[in-house]
Ligand binder design. Structure first.
Ligand SMILES: [Zn+2]
Length: 290
């Protein structure tokens, strides 16, 4: 098990906490609590996602296999990022001695007559305090509407819970993406993908069948691929033939995909049509020119 991806995970969680904390100070808005219609925790989702992003990138970069426990670690990283934001404000919030004024300052420029929250109460008590005094601000297109709504009690606990779920989903989303990547156990490498051709999906079944018959023969396959009719910009639907392969041993598959463009012209894959055929390494090498 390689350690680098986990170090990068800790790094991404810390950076995420620091950026969101800095943004909160600058904007006077609590980004991590941002939600749509109170129930869709966008801020928490983004924090979970970016908090665990280092683990994802590290795994890809070092070609290390994903383990079941990595889901758990990703969620943990999401929470390190999330609570890191609270920890930073816990560490850098200072009160004047008469408690009249609250200031956010760093240790370096700290004036004599200020005390930090972290010197007064434990972190856990601070979290409980924040939880009990949480409020919600309605916003529309970046404009604050009305006064903040004070919650407290059961409502603020529900809102906290919804944010927790957001962090979990955000962290799991990026790991689900990683787990969907094919991995060669022998060479310990993630598969690469290459688009061989986009084509008009006429008689898609025939095409797949013909390819299937010529699987052992790189030259015939190449001819088949060249005979596929190329697409135009106007085509609303198209087929795509990808080669996914291990970059070391060239174990490979053909992947037939079928795309449909939406009203805005963005292609979406219709997953039901996906067809994967295993091909020989020597054929893959011929197609890749290696
Ligand atoms: Zn391999």
């Amino acid at each position: 098990m390689k350690i680098i991806p986990y170090c990068l995970g800790l790094l991404s969680a810390s950076i995420t906490a620091f950026i969101v904390y800095s943004f909160n100070q600058w904007s006077e808005f609590q980004f991590h609590t941002l939600s749509i219609l109170f129930v869709f925790p966008v801020g928490a989702l983004i924090i979970g996602f970016f908090g665990a992003s280092g683990l994802f990138l590290g795994k890809k970069w070092t070609n290390s296999k994903m383990y079941q426990q990595d889901y758990f670690i990703a969620v943990l990283l999401g929470f390190i990022a999330y609570f890191g934001i609270y920890y930073l404000s816990y560490s850098f919030t200072y009160f004047s001695n008469d408690l009249d004024e609250v200031r956010f300052i760093t240790q370096f420029e700290r004036p004599q007559n200020y005390i930090s929250i972290s010197e007064t109460i434990p972190f856990w008590d601070y979290l409980v305090l924040i939880n009990n005094s949480s409020s919600s601000q309605l916003m529309l297109k970046g404009v604050k509407l009305g006064d903040p709504i004070e919650f407290g009690g059961i409502f603020s606990k529900i809102i906290f819970l919804i944010q927790f779920i957001g962090v979990v989903i955000g962290a799991l989303a990026i790991m689900l993406f990683l787990s969907s990547q094919k991995y060669c156990e022998t060479c310990e490498k993630y598969y690469l993908e290459k688009v061989l051709k986009r084509f008009k999906p006429i008689n898609l079944e025939d095409i797949v069948n013909r390819m299937n018959q010529n699987l052992g023969d790189g030259i015939s396959l190449n001819q088949e691929i060249n005979q596929l009719s190329p697409i135009n910009k106007e085509d609303k639907t198209y087929g795509q033939l990808d080669l996914e392969y291990c970059p070391k041993c060239h174990k490979a598959n053909f992947v037939f995909k079928f795309f449909e463009k939406n009203a805005k012209g963005v292609p979406n894959e219709i997953n039901d049509f996906r067809n994967t055929i295993e091909i020989k390494a020597q054929v893959a090498r011929a197609l890749l020119n290696v």
